[in-house]
Ligand binder design. Sequence first.
Ligand SMILES: [Zn+2]
Length: 426
Amino acid sequence: MTAATTSAGGRVVPGRQEALDLFDQIRKLSFDGVGVSRESYGSTETACLEALVEWAGKRGIAASTDPAANVLFSLPDAGDQAPIVCGSHVDSVPQGGNYDGLAGVIAGLLCLKRLKDEGRRLPHPLWVAAMRGEESAWFGKAYMGSSAILGKLKPEDLALHSKRSGRTLAQAMASAGADVDMIAAGKPMPWVAAVRAYLELHIEQGPLMVARKWPTAIVSGIRGNIRHNAVRCIGEPGHSGAVPRWLRNDAVFAVSDLLMRLDEHWRVLLERGNDLVVTAGVMGTDPAEHAVSRIPGRVDFSFEVRSESTDTLEEFYRVMRAECDAVSRQRGVRFEFDRRIESAPATMDAGLVQVLLDTSKELGLPAERVASGAGHDAALFANAGIPSAMIFIRNENGSHNPAESMDIDDFMAGVEVLYESLPKLG
Ligand SMILES: [Zn+2]
């Protein structure tokens, strides 16, 4: 094996050293002393895009900027059939990792370069979209770049302020060169109407693939969720020594009982093969009145359920409300709910997923499906009716932190799955 190659399931994959160098170059451009910081529509994001354009230009890859300031790469003589778009985002969270987003863009660029080097023609040309503004950390809104592409960025989104610079999203987009009037009018980017399919390679942001020892996997779907930011369980406060068990309306015991019941329903639904994760990430008694010797009269908590399936989300939500009623009756408490917030799951295209699974198998890689718990630009393309699919790359130490750790050989294996799948997307 030479420095310029690696093996994916025994095959030789060109471009390894170029990938390492390009990741390194972008890391240096965006290093903040701790991790990388590429603010959405900020100067570092722009500098990284310019470096990618320069890298591509030296290799005969054309680049153009759309009216939302995203960059599209393609081969000049690839034909004018409906393109397959492969993309991801260039921005990062503050003090984030180098691979979240960037890996998908570099994967696409490596495929374009290899298509050119090998003189290979595809039934549908490959375009690579280097998108801006995916992370919600800067403006409090995620998927700004892909929303702008799809004509789904609202005027109230454009009025959001950057937590760092104080500029509005509209000002930041304009300074990056975007046509804010067109975006505010909700017009999709002209190129998107022709897109035949959208593919995104991305690092996994959870621990599953490391635990399973899978270098690559194919995303089965992107989880949606139902949330309540604030649920209140109201019981009755009392002296902890003076009130017998049968006369208590203890809110902490009630919420604990509720969660244990939900945990059991969760376990059973998983056993039946459903995709489901459940979290109560915020919980507390009121510090102004709680005490060791006081029966808690109130607990505030959050509720979140995520699944690839709308049916599973709704079923679990119904179960949760029914158990709240049961706990209320049995423990003399009541539950109050704030507004229910939901986001729809995104279904990956079954045909595309099958091609990626088949290619993985041919390459000696795991033909495994995993659900994406985190959201991605691919969810927007899928929910806009564009057939979409994702390749996940194993990644240790989670994401949105500088310790993100993707092995370059895992990445190259994912690039190989992408590259070898392209001719099959007729
Ligand atoms: Zn990402």
